[in-house]
Design a protein around this ligand. Structure first.
Ligand code: NAD
Length: 423
């Protein structure tokens, strides 16, 4: 515990410079260390304050380009924002190995977003359900009026579903508004609809309306990708068999499936972040979808084709937008969408799913052969060198030493650095 309070009245209303001043005082007058926050890069000029509250600076994350991708016949360069080394290299490598079979082929279920309205305190939930379903047209009219822009573009309410959910306090009537949000992720759009329609539903049924918000389990907005890797591109039939066994492990064991899916999300979250989309929405949706069968399982599946090659598929909910949220206001997100040529949310989702599959192929192949550390640590060696205190040219010299010794640890890096400095 420090003797400082975390109560900072006026902090939110203060300018960013004032906030940094307050923070500098906290750090014992060490304003120099806070110079790191001087440079806001592409989001200077007040944008940082419009994006979030209490802004003090930015946390830059490297942005790289994945090469070699072919998605639905189109050559792609995919911007990925990630702090983890080897993520982009793995996608490039995996994508290269399936170019002979045409790369990635995708499909998209449509851009339906679900909002939930919770209705409580009903003694006759089935009666309420029937009442609500009988007034779908009225619900559609109310919802479509909320977002005329969306409606004029061809979006709007498509379906009403009513679920009876057994909870500890009794049966809850959960109304799903299924809305086509087109090129928007749609959270704000459908949340507004849910808030508008909830009191009307309560009036019809006598229920107490409570929560009104979208569901991130976006299972009406699924994207699929598939690709075939020729056996001779991945090390022969033995590697195919080893990768299939590795994939089977993920199907049978949630401990493995979690890590399997983490690898997939290494790629997916990097594209989501680069394009200014909501990483948490995508991650929660993906993991919930992975548990839909009752046991947490892998988001990808691997099979051997009749010709002995390796076929991979991925299916997951991807609520991505090219309008709305930060996508339109963040200049880097805009640039990334341009690099991708993503002129629709659908196209962005298709590319993102393909990256997830490529990422999983890379991890599975590495794990089933050399192990993940060989490639990972080779790239990670420079980070370890920096952590050990290496600067300038010392960084690559120490990293090369670490790679040569095969022991990529900070202690080893310090030893190499000492030796280097002693000459
Ligand atoms: P938004 O409200 O900023 O923009 C969407 C709007 O853009 C639409 O409602 C429509 O009026 C307009 N629009 C213009 N052109 C369009 C087109 N071609 N297709 C569709 N709409 C078009 O954003 P949003 O997508 O409704 O919400 C996304 C934001 O909500 C994200 O920042 C997300 O982080 C945030 N959010 C997420 C959650 C959650 O995931 N649980 C909850 C609340 C908010």
């Amino acid at each position: 515990m420090t003797d400082h309070t975390s109560r900072l009245p006026g902090f939110a209303q203060a300018s960013r410079e004032e906030r940094i001043g307050i923070l500098a005082e906290r750090l014992g007058g060490n304003a120099e260390a806070l110079q790191l926050f001087d440079n806001l890069g592409p989001i200077e000029g007040g944008l940082v304050d419009r994006l979030i509250e209490n802004a003090i600076g930015v946390m830059p994350v490297p942005l790289g380009l994945a090469t070699n991708m072919i998605v639905d016949g189109e050559e792609m360069l995919v911007p990925m924002a990630t702090e983890e080394s080897s993520v982009i290299a793995a996608v490039c490598n995996s994508a290269k190995r399936c170019r002979d079979t045409g790369g990635f082929f995708t499909s998209y279920s449509g851009s339906l977003t679900i909002a939930q309205v919770q209705l409580c305190g009903l003694s006759d939930p089935r009666n309420a359900r029937a009442q609500i379903l009988g007034r779908t047209d009225e619900i559609r009219a109310i919802c479509d009026e909320v977002d005329p822009q969306l409606t004029s573009l061809g979006g709007g309410l498509r379906e009403v579903d009513v679920r009876l959910v057994e909870a500890r306090s009794g049966t809850m009537v959960i109304v799903h508004l299924v809305v086509d949000t087109l090129d928007a992720m749609g959270a704000n759009a459908v949340n507004s609809m849910a808030e508008r329609v909830a009191p009307v539903l309560a009036g019809w049924t006598g229920a107490r309306p409570l929560l009104r918000i979208l569901s991130n389990l976006a299972d009406r907005r699924l994207t699929r990708a598939r690709a075939v890797w020729p056996a001779d591109q991945i090390g022969g039939p033995e590697v195919v068999e080893a990768m299939l066994l590795g994939a089977e492990f993920a199907e049978a064991d949630p401990y493995r499936a979690t890590t399997h899916n983490k690898g997939i999300m290494n790629g997916i979250s990097a594209v989501v972040l680069a394009t200014g989309n909501d990483t948490r929405a995508i991650e929660s949706g993906a993991h919930a979808y992975a548990a839909q069968g009752g046991q947490y399982g892998p988001l990808t599946h691997w099979e051997k084709t009749a010709g002995g090659d390796l076929a991979g598929t991925i299916e997951l909910p991807l609520s991505l937008g090219i309008v709305g949220g930060a996508t339109r206001v963040h200049p880097v997100a805009q640039l990334c969408l341009k690099i991708l040529g993503a002129d629709s949310a659908e196209k962005l989702a298709r590319i993102t799913a393909a990256v997830g599959l490529a990422q999983n192929f890379g991890a599975l192949r590495a794990l089933a052969t050399d192990g993940i550390q060989k490639g990972h640590m080779a790239l990670h060696a420079q980070n370890v060198a920096i952590a050990a205190g290496a600067e300038g040219d010392e960084i690559e010299a120490v990293a090369a030493g670490l790679r040569a010794h095969g022991r990529v640890t900070e202690a080893e890096a310090r030893k190499l650095l000492d030796d280097l400095r002693k000459g």
